[in-house]
Design a protein around this ligand. Structure first.
Ligand SMILES: Cc1ncc(COP(=O)(O)O)c(C=O)c1O
Length: 457
């Protein structure tokens, strides 16, 4: 076997199609419901927030959807992204396992998020939209959409979760460099933000609250602004499948096939992006890769949340979907993986976890940072705290393989770099981080507030 470390595709290998899991998923997605009536939504309701092309993708059952040339042109600024074999990490762990990682941190904003931001900005521009609104947790999504809006000449307002706004000031600057406006959510710019501040003046914010603000601004704009979401929805996960499609080709170049494919999961988009093409191979071509979604113990929607209908946001303005949820009023602890602090999870990932096609595990904050530091000191890249959850699980897999004397092939998605996350690393290195497990009682209490949906499950 060669001692190659980096597997790099040519520009001509850039995927021409996104893969839609709904065409092959053995578990049909539950209908998306209107937050007021709890009846299935109509395209009319969704069209207040999204352009029609995106709505059609959201409900599409087509297996492959062509990537527009204009989107592929922008993808070419950073795609295909490299696949690397983590040889130095393997050596440090003394494991017989082979560890590969797909590196999405080479994008302009430093994560996988531009894969969908570029597509969403393109479809909005094509539909005549002039401005977008969105929320952001860690700032990775906001800065990716800011970059995409700059490319397609759209205005952008970003509602950034307040705790991250302060933890990650440079992400805010990055969004401003791309020409966007950024507000610390909850703000006094929306009815919902003002109501939260009246009750909790020191609210650290949450993704659920920030989504409510961004949705409210778009919904009340008389059609002048649309809303864009960076995770959870089908079209977002579909846009991310360029990751897994490229990784399949690159594993082929390495002449190996993964026994396990790992991604961190906040709303499920980078995980779905790498895992769904491998799931297709499991379902259609007799492959048997285990698919593992990794979440923080502080925000354990897949491992402790209920699989039920819930609102996508705190103010109950966003559509209701069936997903693993901690409850729409979930306000997470200020852990340093801002992008994983969402109460819900993509309906497609949730359904596949529920039916046993995908495994899920929760890891604690301190071992996650230990793995991140070990990765930085062996492979050189400082990972985003979100991505470090996938590294932590990959290290655990590699150590398990070592204990069992197994040669295991591990593939994980390194969804972003952590160059803007030095406050988190400073806190870790200064011994200031703690482990946190979201309490069962809080989950139980939130479950009593789920919408009561009368529908066969
Ligand atoms: C680097 C990185 N990885 C992962 C995530 C989690 O999002 P998702 O589960 O949609 O991939 C985020 C979210 O902000 C992120 O910034």
């Amino acid at each position: 076997m060669s001692d190659q470390t980096r597997y790099q595709l040519n520009e001509s290998d850039l995927p021409k199609f996104w893969y839609n899991i709904n065409a092959d998923s053995p578990v049909a997605p539950a209908p998306v419901l209107h937050p007021g009536t709890l009846e299935p939504v109509t395209p009319d309701f969704l069209s207040v927030l999204f352009p029609m092309e995106i709505i059609m993708q959201e409900i599409s059952a087509e297996r492959y959807i062509q990537i527009p040339d204009e989107v592929r042109e922008i993808y070419k600024l950073y795609r295909p992204t490299p696949l690397l074999r983590a040889r130095r990490l393997e050596k440090a762990l003394g494991t017989p396992a082979h560890i590969y990682y797909k590196y999405e941190g080479v994008s302009p904003s430093g994560s996988h998020k531009p894969n969908t931001a570029i597509a969403q900005a393109f479809y909005n521009k094509a539909a005549g939209t002039k401005a977008l609104t969105t929320e952001t947790g860690a700032g990775q999504w906001g800065s990716s959409l800011a970059f995409a809006c700059d490319v397609f000449d759209l205005d952008l307002e970003v509602y950034m979760v307040k705790v991250s706004y302060h933890q990650k000031p440079y992400r805010r600057n990055l969004m401003e460099v791309y020409g966007s406006k950024v507000y610390a959510s909850p703000t006094d710019r929306t009815d919902y933000g003002r109501s939260v501040l009246a009750e909790h003046p020191d609210s650290p914010g949450s993704l659920g609250i920030a989504i409510s603000e961004a949705v409210e601004v778009a919904a009340k704009s008389n059609g002048t602004k649309k809303y864009s979401l960076g995770s959870v929805l089908n079209h977002v996960l579909m846009h991310q499948t360029v990751i897994g499609e490229e990784a399949l080709k690159q594993m082929d170049m390495a002449d190996e096939y993964p026994d396990v494919v790992i991604g961190c999961a906040g709303g499920g988009s980078n995980f779905g992006g790498i895992a769904f093409p491998f799931l297709r191979e499991n379902l259609k071509n007799g492959k048997r890769a285990r698919l593992l979604a990794v979440e923080p113990t502080a925000s354990p929607s897949l491992t402790k949340g209920q699989y039920a209908f819930d609102y996508g946001d705190t103010a109950k303005m966003a559509p209701v979907v069936k997903m693993h949820t901690l409850g729409h009023d979930f306000v997470p602890a200020g852990i340093h993986a801002g992008g994983l602090r969402y109460h819900g999870m993509a309906p497609s990932v949730s359904a596949l976890v529920d039916a046993g096609y995908i495994d899920a595990v929760a890891v604690k904050q301190i071992p996650t940072f230990e793995a991140a530091i070990q990765f930085a000191r062996t492979e050189g890249i400082v990972p985003a705290p979100e991505s470090a959850h996938a590294i932590c699980a990959a290290v655990n897999e590699a150590l398990d393989a070592k204990a069992k004397g197994e040669k295991r092939v591990i593939l994980f998605n390194l969804s972003g770099h952590g160059n803007f996350d030095m406050t988190a690393y400073e806190a870790y290195l200064g011994g200031k981080l703690t482990d946190y497990e979201y309490p069962e009682e809080a989950i139980a209490e939130s479950m009593s507030k789920l919408p009561k949906v009368e529908m066969p499950a």
